[in-house]
Design a protein around this ligand. Structure first.
Ligand SMILES: [Cu+2]
Length: 122
């Protein structure tokens, strides 16, 4: 997956200027451990985003992402200790809830909030 991303980035860099005008995806890293989520940032600009779940814990975890007020729920598969998963999402302005859907992990504290602002206002 990482190799494919690098290949895509190289292809983009070599593409004509029109492709270069597409916004670069925002990146948010979510560190998972028993039992909390730690976000690399709490505010990003709207548009394409790569939300990376990294499991620093001892149990498998996953990531669910949903805009407050409803809508699509973005999901990662189960991520095992020491592994990571890059979720490609497209975010519109608003507040988003992130949580782990494994067992009762959300209740135990594996949840967080992310604010998405209009591009150019963050
Ligand atoms: Cu979990």
């Amino acid at each position: 997956m990482r190799l494919a991303a690098v290949a895509a980035a190289v292809a983009l860099a070599a593409a004509p200027t029109s492709a270069a005008l597409a916004p670069a995806p925002a990146r948010i890293q979510v560190s998972a451990k028993e039992f909390f989520f730690s976000l690399s940032r709490h505010k990003v600009a709207a548009g394409p985003a790569i939300v990376e779940l990294v499991n620093f814990g001892e149990d498998p975890h996953d990531l669910r992402l949903e805009r407050v007020g409803g809508g699509r729920v973005w999901k990662t598969p189960l991520v095992y200790p020491g592994a990571y998963y890059d979720l490609d999402a497209k975010l519109v302005p608003g507040r988003y809830r992130l949580w782990c859907s494994v067992a009762n992990h959300r209740k135990l504290g594996m949840q967080a909030l992310l604010t998405v602002v209009k591009r150019g206002t963050g």
